[in-house]
Structure formats: C-alpha cells, structure tokens
Design a protein. Structure first.
Length: 456
C-alpha cells in the first residue's frame, strides 16, 4: 500500500468517525426530545390533578369520591398505567390503575424517573389548614349518608380514609401524588431512532468504503497510466535518439566526404599558395559545419533538469526581441506580444523557456514574409494554466507533414537542421507541458506551449 493510499484510508476513516459522532449526537438529541415529551405529558397530568386537590378546601368523603372517579378516568387512558395519592406517611389515600407497578423500594423523591415498568412522576402537594368558616359540619352527615347510599367504598375503607381526609382538612399537611406513564410508545420511538441512525451510519460507512475502493482503483489506474506514459516516453526517447544518431550520421557524412576530397587534392597537387588557401578555407568551413551539427546533437541529447522559478513572460520576450533584432530587421518584421491571460508571471525554468521561445520565434521569422509580424500570445487555459503561442503569417505546414514536425532531423526547409522543434518538445515535456502545432486562421502557423502554470 502506497503512502497516498494509506493517507486516503486514514482520511476516510476519520470522516466516518466524524459521521458516526454526528449520528450519535443526533440520536441523543432525539432521545432527549422524546423523554422531554413524556415528562411534559406526565407533568401536565400531575399539575391538573394536584391543582384539583388544592382547589378543594373542604376535604371529606365527597371529595374522596370525586378524586376516585378522576383517578379511574386517568388510569383508563392509554398512556397512564397507575396513579396514587398518599399522605405524608406515604399511606395510600386513593389510587387507580395498576397500582402494583408503583410499588418500589426507591424513596419517593419529587421529580421524574424512568422505571422498568414505565415513567414515574412524583409530586408533593401542601394542603393549608381549613379556616373556621370552612369547618362547618354541613357536609359531615350528608357525606356519610352519601357514602352509605353509594356503597361503592366499603364501610371500613371509607371510615379509614375519612380519618386521613379529616386530619388533612383540620390540620393541613402534605400529600404525595404518584403517576406512572406507559413507556412503550417512547421505547418504540427510541428503538426506531436507534435503527434509523444505525442504518444511516452503516450506509454512510458503505458509501465511504465505496469511495475508498473507487479512489484506490483510480490510483491504480493512474499509476498504470503513468507507467504506460513513462514507457511511451522512454520508447519515444530511444526512437528519437535513433533518429538523431541516423540524422547526425547523414549530416556529417557529406561534410566528411568533402573534407576527405579536398584533403586528397591538397596532398596530391602542386597548386599555388592562393589556391591552397581557398581549399584550406573550404576545409575549415566543412569542419565548422560538422562541429555545429555535433553541438546541436549534444544539445538535444543532454538530459534536462528544470529548476522552476517565477518568470515574467513580458520581460523574457523583451530580451528575445533585442536578441533577435538583427533577424527581425533583415526582413522588416515586428515582434508583437499580446497578453490575454490573468498574469504574465509564470512558473518555469527561465533558461529552458528562453531556449524554447528562441527556437520558435526564429522559425517564425524564417517562415514569415518580409514586412509582416511575428506574434507571441499568452492565453488562459484550464486548471490555473496558460498557453504561450508563437504565430506567423508564413505558408504553413502541409497536413501530411504536421505530425512529424517535432521529430528529430525532420525539416521543411532546405537550410534547416530539424532539431529546433525537437528541442522545443523535449523542453516542454521536461517541464510537464506539451508542444503543439495548428494552422493559423487565414494563413500561417501557430506553435504553442500548453499547460504552463501561473506563479503563485
């Protein structure tokens, strides 16, 4: 596993952990909302119940009956399992529902708590002592008779409970209301939330796993493509070297033959000094020609090791204009520079870029008619790159010869060496660019360096 692959899996793992944390926090939030809803529901029921108790100042058997009816009605609702009212000694006064579920060893501390049997809410209510105006006996016998008429409370239970009510009525005190709500609906909602977030987390993990596998596959594909590209470039290099060697042999064979012929003539003839001087000059010229070809060959074959730096393209073109001024003036040409990009500051090896542009501009000068112009354009490309174009108004290149333009020792001019454009392409490849050719609208040629990055 490569370094980039390990880094990618680590990043995806961290993203999944963050996703899991998000799902966990979302679940906790939902759980809090569900529990708060149950608590508010229990609080509403308890508040209504304790408010009714406080509103009855005269506690007696009739109020007990009313509370019993109210508690039975509450216990019959789907969400209330049991309800009970106790005195300060935690003795039951009145109750309804599944009271057995309320029995617990835990102390009755005011507030809500989740029990295995449901959600329990405990409320303590303080009853104020009755005043003298409220202590009349109009309810005593009547209530007793009412209790006997109803008969629903059994005599012993009614009298016992009347004593508690009578004590609370006369002396005041504290009662405890205990409410037990069914938790099954809340548990179902919580279970649904758990499964929802679990499935979401697993799905997110599978998506990230798929992305990781796809990214790994892309890395392998890119590696294979890079390997194929390296092999292609290596094959191209050996092919260029072979063509260069063949071209060098061809270019040096004729000068060497000439040198050999003139050497033999100098050795075998008794010509005068002036004639020998001319023949010697021809030998020197042919030797210089061979030397020039060898130097060009060495320039092409030497490996380039670019050292990219910030380069101002405008300044570099100004230098080239001064350097090529004699060639431009000999054909009454003008070197123009137009900038259609966002900046003239680019990242490149200055000397290699200078050599490439020199070759392109020199070719453009040689191809241009007298009195015209050679144009260098900087055009914005894609992915924060630009394209540097060198355009002329020459006769262009035939379509069947265009694919061979950057091949070593291929030339369309009788005086050309065929290495200028090959060197341009090699410089471009060394810096991660590409060298291209296209016909110019109207007439002429456009050679370009594409993929040149802007300087940061």
């Amino acid at each position: 596993m490569t370094k980039f692959s390990r880094s990618g899996w680590i990043v995806l793992s961290l993203v999944w952990l963050a996703f899991l944390l998000w799902q966990f926090l979302s679940y906790r939030h939902e759980r809090g909302l569900i529990e708060e809803t149950v608590h508010q529901q229990a609080q509403s029921v308890a508040s209504a119940l304790t408010g009714g108790i406080r509103s009855h100042r005269r506690l007696g058997r009739f109020v007990q009956f009313q509370l019993s009816v109210i508690l039975d009605a509450l216990a019959s609702t789907p969400d209330v399992l049991a309800v009970e009212i106790l005195n300060a000694e935690q003795e039951s006064i009145v109750s309804a529902g599944e009271v057995g579920r309320l029995r617990s060893d835990e102390p009755l501390i005011p507030g809500g708590s989740w029990q295995p049997s449901g959600y329990r809410l405990v409320e303590r209510v303080t009853i104020e002592p009755s005043t003298s105006a409220e202590s009349g006996g109009s309810f005593g016998p009547g209530v007793g008779g009412f209790g006997q008429g109803r008969g629903g409370f059994g005599q012993g239970r009614v009298e016992g409970e009347n004593e508690s009510f009578e004590t609370l009525r006369r002396e005041g005190g504290e009662i405890v209301a205990v409410l037990l709500l069914d938790r099954r609906r809340a548990d179902a909602l919580l279970t649904g939330a758990i499964w929802s977030h679990f499935v979401t987390a697993v799905a997110g993990g599978l998506v990230l796993l798929g992305l990781g596998l796809a990214w790994r596959g892309n890395l392998k594909l890119i590696a294979e493509r890079n390997r194929s590209e390296l092999l292609r470039l290596e094959a191209q290099h050996y092919r260029d070297m072979g063509q260069s060697a063949a071209g060098l042999a061809h270019e040096t064979r004729n000068p060497l033959g000439t040198i050999r012929g003139w050497g033999e003539r100098l050795a075998s003839t008794d010509s005068d000094a002036e004639t020998r001087k001319q023949q010697a000059s021809l030998l020197v010229e042919e030797c210089d020609r061979v030397t020039a070809r060898i130097n060009e060959f060495l320039t092409f074959t030497k490996p380039y090791q670019p050292q990219p730096d910030r380069v101002d393209l405008g300044e570099l073109i100004a230098e080239l204009s001064m350097l090529l001024e004699p060639d431009l003036e000999s054909k009454s040409l003008k070197l123009l520079f137009s900038n259609e990009a966002t900046s003239t500051s680019i990242r490149a090896d200055r000397e290699l870029l200078r050599q490439a542009l020199f070759n392109l501009v020199q070719n453009a000068i040689q191809a241009s008619p007298d009195g015209g112009d050679v144009e260098i354009r900087q055009v914005s490309g894609t992915n924060e790159t630009c394209r540097i174009e060198v355009a002329d108004r020459g006769s262009g290149v035939p379509a069947d010869k265009a694919p061979s333009l950057f091949t070593p020792y291929f030339t369309t001019r009788a005086s050309g060496t065929g290495l200028g454009l090959a060197i341009v392409r090699k410089i471009a490849v060394a810096q991660g660019w590409s060298a291209t050719y296209s016909d110019r609208d109207g007439e002429g040629s456009v050679f370009a360096l594409e993929g040149v990055e802007y300087a940061e």
